[in-house]
Design a protein around this ligand. Structure first.
Ligand SMILES: C[S@@+](CC[C@H](N)C(=O)[O-])C[C@H]1O[C@@H](n2cnc3c(N)ncnc32)[C@H](O)[C@@H]1O
Length: 274
């Protein structure tokens, strides 16, 4: 198995090229789509006296915005947002919702998707079958190690993976790190309610976390942070420890093991032994 290390320059250029404000690109896509749809309707109205129904215009705007967003380099998860946004906005206007709903909704979304705009890591969750695959990997690792394992999920979301594992490995220690306020609060609450003495949920930025104390670090982030994260893990974690990434590989580095989970998306766990 060959291992190559991405140079810091590779990592930096990847980061800077991709770090160009997806929110602004999404807004540009919506505005351009609105101009095209309104312009198109004007032309149809003038030349053929044809007025398209509003739902059709909104659907056109969504499809065009999604396509433009894709051309502008937005990640795939922006597609449904761009697609549905015009119809959702029109529905909200039709329903005449009270004005305070909008800032409240915005606040709730901001508290959940705290890291999406900057770190390009939204919230999506590890599924149960992947928890089970992690359980097996952890079991194998626990057998190799003489000491109880210290495990972290960096960017732990709602803490589901760690709750599951902490119950099954009472002798190991688990630390979840999360910087989005709402998921952090929920994960913390779930850990408290579970009463698991070997699970700690910390509020904080994973980049400021010292990884040297962990034998196994699990992450489910996005392609963007992987080169930098691998560098950090190599620098801080001990020799022979594990970095396991759900779905996102480290560019230029061959994983030591790839576990394919039997779920609908055939999730891959990429195991890097440091
Ligand atoms: C895709 S979710 C995965 C959640 C959880 N690990 C799981 O597998 O169910 C990624 C999580 O990482 C968090 N995150 C992103 N950047 C972070 C950072 N710099 N520090 C801490 N958490 C971060 C996000 O808020 C999000 O909850």
């Amino acid at each position: 198995m060959t291992k190559a290390t991405p140079s810091p320059d590779d990592a930096r250029s990847l980061s800077s090229s991709k770090r160009s404000y997806p929110l602004i690109r999404a807004v540009v896509a919506q505005i351009a789509a609105a101009v095209i749809v309104i312009g198109g309707q004007q032309i149809l109205g003038n030349r053929a006296d044809l007025v398209l129904p509003l739902p059709l215009l909104l659907a056109f705007q969504g499809v065009i915005a999604a396509g433009l967003g894709h051309l502008l380099g937005l990640a795939r998860w922006w597609l449904p947002i761009n697609l549905l946004l015009p119809a959702a906005a029109a529905l909200a206007l039709l329903l005449n919702l009270p004005a305070w709903i909008y800032p409240l909704l915005f606040l709730a979304l901001a508290l959940v998707f705290w890291n999406s705009a900057d770190d390009r890591v939204p919230l999506y969750l590890t599924n149960r079958k992947t928890w089970q695959a992690l359980e097996a990997l952890l079991g194998a690792e626990a057998q190799r190690s003489k000491e109880p394992l210290k495990v972290s999920d960096i960017g732990c979301g709602l803490g589901g993976a760690l709750l599951y594992l902490a119950r099954r490995y009472p002798q190991a220690e688990f630390v979840g790190i999360e910087s989005a306020p709402l998921p952090y609060a929920l994960a913390r609450l779930r850990a408290l309610v579970s009463g698991a003495p070997n699970l700690e949920i910390r509020y904080g930025d994973l980049w400021k976390q010292d990884l040297s104390v962990f034998d196994l670090v699990y992450c489910f982030l996005s392609p963007e942070p992987m080169p930098r994260l691998f560098e950090k893990a190599k620098r801080e974690m001990g020799s022979g420890t594990l970095l396991i990434s759900n779905s996102f590989e480290v560019p230029g580095v061959t994983a030591d093991e790839v576990v394919t989970v039997q779920d609908s998306r055939e999730t891959e766990l990429l195991v890097y032994r440091l």
